[in-house]
Design a protein around this ligand. Structure first.
Ligand SMILES: Cc1cc2nc3c(=O)[nH]c(=O)nc-3n(C[C@H](O)[C@H](O)[C@H](O)COP(=O)(O)OP(=O)(O)OC[C@H]3O[C@@H](n4cnc5c(N)ncnc54)[C@H](O)[C@@H]3O)c2cc1C
Ligand code: SF4
Ligand code: SF4
Length: 1013
């Protein structure tokens, strides 16, 4: 039943109001160890909505916790009242004044998006949080965030000129710098704002000495309220500076006027390797004398974890020269590139001068520097990628001390961690003495909880002893709030409470943060009573410790909420809705699995809806720092869901796409006429909810299998006809010797041949819809000196897997493993043309099987390759090459999501780059939006289009006459044909058209194909 609060909100605001259990669950966590279910969620469209929400919440006595990206690590973005999410709609850049270097923005704008916009003026917003891809300016202001370059730029507070806020009485106030006279005027009156002005003035004046004594004198302190900003009478009195760092507890920010800085002109990095972390920290003060823009550190824990991921290990090895125990990345900015080398020279002399035991490598090019920062950015993910219940946690991860004391402080810190029987990863900002130390703790046990509390207590003592701050950048929230009185003393703690009361007398804004915080172990996401779900599954999740633990790997750090680059997560990029992010899906599943969504649990319609827009692109598996694989979770969820709900016809039809294709192609002409007719499409829409605006792909008159046989027979005949006179073979046929050695029998066994053989995986789309691609691939492989054969196998299983028909998918995986095992065992590569088929056989099939069948499938998986990847690798190893004619002047390359997720687009791009006279551009367009059958569903048509419109479709429409769009994915090609009217080509077809001998290579098989429709 709708509550009065919900009703009033629905009537009162233009934005969205959600009170359903799934939405509340999705907003119950941030990137911290806490979880609090809100009463409801509001997604305002603008300032008026926020004002109305404040009025309504006040009337109903409900609190409000604002949220941007929800990337807070201390729990300050969760609360029991309303969650107010500014990131979806309230995110515009209102004004940029380049000459005066400032911008006016709404609170939900994301830092990277702001910076991408102001870059055209040569400007940026300086504080550079590592979560720049999803952190909002509102969240950064409320947390007083900063980043790797804070030694140069300072914190967010240094860039906030004015704020427009909604106060607890519902009034909108503009807060900016006031001189003495203006302050006097502001303090007059009965209104809440005037009383707040008076209160801050009096509290700051009365506590000036205590503030001086208790506020740490270091660059990094964000805990408590910024009372230190109000003790110097010569500074303008700017209440905006109190809102900064107040974690949404004093007012809601609805607009910010922020300063921008010029982009650096030139940069260089010195990557310095030490045997020991402490040596690196000991060298830092001397390095700081040379005024670097950043000094970032990573310890052995982080560097060693990088070995576990092939991509990160390659990155690690490309940077490190030794088995380093710590890496310091020291960066310099300069106006002139020529100044950088002397800076690096000076640093190297300084290191030698202080006798630092280290070695170094210069990173001068942008690419070298990017690699170092990429490894640094992966640090948190690496420290979190621990499987099982022991996790490297954020709770004492944010302390800061003077850099001169950092070495001794960290030595004591690590001793303390060891004394508590555990280990910790260490990384972050050595330049400002703010290191992230994340002890490994299992919160699901009583012992673990005790350790958590004890470490937190001991660290707060240590920080006090070293005159440091408990929070250097991540804020107090629920995890450091319990220590605020200890860190600042009881007098200042009371002063903070006075401030809170004067702004927010009825506890409307984010209660329990900064002051009056609940106990440290209240509201934990995992506690001693938490039971991880371990349901039986089709997929093998044993390396994660079961499905429940695989889902729990999502820690909420929100990298899946990025919008500007990569592929994860296409639906979020299109809707900017938390429920359509990878994090949202993992959260919904976790809560459903543990019964937090009520009895319906996994059968819950709300969870179904959250997973429905997952395109199963598998980008999360590749791009999420901890490799959360939601596509696989979704299949598993659906498999369970179908045990409680009837399986829809569409699911059955799509799941059995190969059977449908077999039937359709038997009578291709008639089937095509019916399926593509208006009435056929109307029926498809009515009966199967396949959108009638889509034109179904046409069945080929001759399946590839038959074309392949006829083509080979033809060649065999031609060969025997010409056999006696080998001297008359032309130069071109010498270049394509495969034509005379075609491997084939009708049961697809190879003929005896001296040339290497490959098995071409005859996927459903190649066989029944696009045999011309199979022919092109065969000819390209032959031209490369390889013999091609087909093997008998079934569908790859992708359609069944994506529809959650996992019982049948498992049977198919077993059958395919049996059919392909012999080839794989003899070392024949199994070449795929369609990335999603490759990922089904290579990655999903082994995981669906167990015991011997699994081992067999793994042997098969190891033999499976993508056509372009195989050719490129072999070419690079000088085992083959293709003679190609000059190609189109420009080739736009669009990688299929599964191709990207398997790390195979680089080789495809590299292969295309070998085409003479062609310039290849990787579109990095993310997902096309079609994603197999996803875009065919009528309910997905619009979102499918929006995803494609992000980059791919505009790029396709803007193609010049001499440009070709190459895409291996059949669904990607369908999508651009449908929405942009552009015929993209499979790379095999493009390469085939450019074979130097192509003009001479007329053959019957090819003719067959050309008339296939
Ligand atoms: C992997 C990782 C790396 C990080 N690295 C850094 C780093 O380098 N430096 C750093 O400083 N932090 C870092 N953080 C912490 C966090 O990302 C930053 O504090 C970030 O600025 C928070 O932005 P957000 O939009 O996610 O805010 P949220 O987490 O959504 O909210 C933060 C706070 O702001 C309040 N708030 C949000 N919007 C408003 C509003 N309109 N009005 C009033 N209050 C509001 C919320 O109630 C909450 O208290 C990191 C976090 C993670 C997970
Ligand atoms: S899915 Fe991955 S990227 Fe997204 S919040 Fe979870 S851990 Fe982070
Ligand atoms: S599989 Fe793709 S759409 Fe689904 S959650 Fe992962 S990134 Fe998002």
């Amino acid at each position: 039943m709708r509550s009065a609060l919900q009703r009033d909100l629905e009537v009162g605001i233009g934005g969205e109001v959600r009170f359903d259990p799934v939405s509340r669950a999705l907003y119950s966590t941030d990137a911290s160890v806490y979880q609090i279910e809100p009463a409801g969620v509001v997604i305002p469209r603008g300032r008026e909505d926020v004002v109305r929400v404040v009025e309504i919440a006040r009337r109903h006595g409900t609190s409000i916790t604002a949220r941007g990206g929800g990337t807070s690590q201390a729990g300050q973005a969760v609360g029991a009242g309303l969650q107010l999410d500014t990131s979806k709609y309230f995110n515009r850049i209102l004004e940029v004044n380049a000459s005066e270097r400032w911008a006016r923005v709404e609170p939900g704008v994301v830092l990277d998006e702001l910076n991408a916009d102001v870059r055209r003026h040569g400007l940026k917003f300086a504080p550079d949080v590592s979560t720049a891809s999803r952190a909002t300016i509102g969240g950064m202001i409320a947390n007083n965030s900063s980043g790797a370059r804070s030694v140069l730029y300072g914190k967010t507070i240094d860039y906030v000129r004015e704020l427009e806020v909604v106060l607890a009485d519902g009034r909108v106030a503009r807060l900016g710098g006031l001189d003495r006279d203006a302050l006097e005027v502001a303090c007059i009156g009965d209104e809440l704002l005037a009383s707040a002005y008076r209160s801050v003035r009096v509290v700051a004046r009365d506590h000036a000495a205590e503030i001086d004594r208790r506020f740490p004198k270091i660059l990094r302190r964000v805990g408590g309220y910024n009372l230190d900003e109000f003790v110097n009478p010569s500074k303008p009195f700017n209440l905006a500076r109190l809102i900064v760092g107040s974690e949404g507890t004093l007012a809601l920010i609805v607009e910010a006027k922020i300063d921008l800085v010029p982009l650096p002109r030139s940069k260089a990095v010195l990557a310095i390797e030490f045997e020991e972390l402490l040596d690196a920290l000991a060298a830092t003060p001397a390095i700081l004398e040379l005024r670097p823009s950043a000094v970032e550190v990573m310890d052995r824990f982080i560097l060693d974890h990088a070995r576990e991921s092939p991509a990160l290990d390659a990155l690690r090895r490309s940077i490190l020269q030794t088995d380093a125990g710590a890496l310091l990345a020291v960066e310099f900015y300069a106006d002139h590139a020529g100044d950088l080398i002397p800076m690096l020279d000076r640093l190297e002399r300084r290191l030698a001068g202080i006798g630092a035991r280290c070695c170094w490598r210069r990173a001068i090019s942008g690419e070298e520097q990017a690699r170092i920062w990429q490894l640094r950015e992966a640090a948190l993910g690496l420290s979190m990628a621990m499987k099982g219940d022991e996790k490297s946690l954020s709770f004492v991860e944010d302390t800061a001390v003077e850099p001169a004391k950092l070495r001794d402080y960290i030595e004591r810190f690590l001793q303390l961690v060891r004394r508590h029987g555990t280990v910790a990863g260490v990384y972050a900002h050595a330049s400002v003495g703010c290191l992230h130390v994340r002890p490994v703790v299992n919160l699901k046990t009583v012992d673990g909880l005790r350790r958590f509390e004890a470490i937190a207590n001991d660290v707060s003592d240590l920080v006090l002893e070293f005159g440091g701050a408990l929070s250097g950048e991540h804020g107090d929230g629920l995890v450091r709030g319990p220590f605020t009185a200890k860190m600042f003393g009881s007098r200042l703690y009371e002063a903070f409470r006075t401030i809170k009361r004067s702004f927010d007398p009825h506890g409307l804004f984010n209660p329990g943060k900064i002051v009056d915080t609940p106990p440290l172990t209240a509201n934990l996401r995992y506690g001693a009573s938490y039971q991880t779900a371990d349901p039986p599954t089709y997929f093998d999740f044993s390396t994660d410790g079961g499905l429940g633990r695989a889902v729990e790997m999502c820690s909420g750090l929100g990298a899946c909420r990025k919008k500007l680059d990569g592929t994860m997560c296409p639906s979020y990029m299109a809707t900017l809705d938390e429920k359509d992010s990878t994090r949202g899906r993992a959260n919904a599943l976790r809560l459903a699995l543990t019964g937090r969504l009520g009895e319906s649990g996994l059968g819950d319609e709300g969870v179904y809806e959250v997973l429905d827009l997952c395109l199963e692109c598998r980008a999360c598996k590749a791009e999420c720092p901890v490799g959360v694989d939601v596509a696989r979770f979704k299949s598993e969820f659906l498999a369970d869901y179908w045990t409680r709900h009837p399986v829809p016809w569409r699911t059955r039809v799509i799941g059995h796409a190969r059977t449908l294709a077999e039937w359709g192609s038997c009578t291709a002409a008639a089937s095509n006429a019916i399926a593509q007719s208006t009435i056929g499409r109307w029926l498809g829409d009515k009966l199967l909810h396949l959108d009638r605006r889509r034109t179904p792909p046409a069945w080929a008159r001759q399946p590839f299998e038959r074309v392949f046989v006829r083509r080979a027979t033809h060649k065999q005949r031609a060969t025997s006809h010409h056999q006696p006179d080998t001297s008359r073979r032309s130069a071109t046929s010498d270049q394509r010797p495969a034509a005379s050695h075609q491997s084939l029998t009708t049961n697809h066994q190879p003929l005896t041949t001296s040339r290497p053989t490959v098995v071409l995986f005859n996927d459903t789309f190649t066989n029944f819809y696009h045999p011309e691609i199979g022919v092109a691939a065969t000819e390209v492989l032959e031209a490369a000196g390889l013999d091609v054969r087909l093997a008998s196998h079934g569908c790859c299983g992708r359609p069944l897997i994506s529809q959650g028909l996992l019982g049948e998918a498992r049977a198919l995986a077993r059958a395919n493993a049996d059919s392909l095992y012999a080839a794989a065992q003899t070392g024949e590569p199994i070449v795929f043309l369609e990335p999603s088929c490759l990922s089904a056989v290579r990655e999903d099939a082994p995981a669906l099987l167990r015991a011997d069948a699994q081992r067999k499938a793994e042997v098969v998986a190891a033999a499976c390759v993508m056509l372009e990847d195989h050719l490129e690798r072999q070419w690079r190893a000088e085992r083959l090459q293709l003679r190609l004619r000059p190609g189109p002047s420009r080739i736009l390359f669009h990688g299929h999501c599964h191709q990207k997720a398997m790390g195979l687009s680089a080789s495809s791009r590299a292969l295309l780059s070998r085409i003479p006279a062609s310039e290849v551009t990787d579109l990095d367009a993310g997902c096309c939006g079609m994603a197999g059958s996803f875009g065919l569903g009528s309910e997905h048509y619009e979102i499918s289009r929006r995803i494609g419109e992000r980059r791919l479709l505009p790029a396709a429409r803007g193609m010049g006459p001499e440009t070709v769009l190459a895409a291996a994915g059949v669904s990607c090609r369908q999508q651009v044909a449908h929405f942009a009217g552009v015929n993209a080509v499979h790379p095999a077809v493009l390469l085939r058209s450019l074979l130097a001998s192509a003009e001479d290579a007329e053959d019957a098989g090819h003719e067959d194909v050309e008339g296939h429709r």
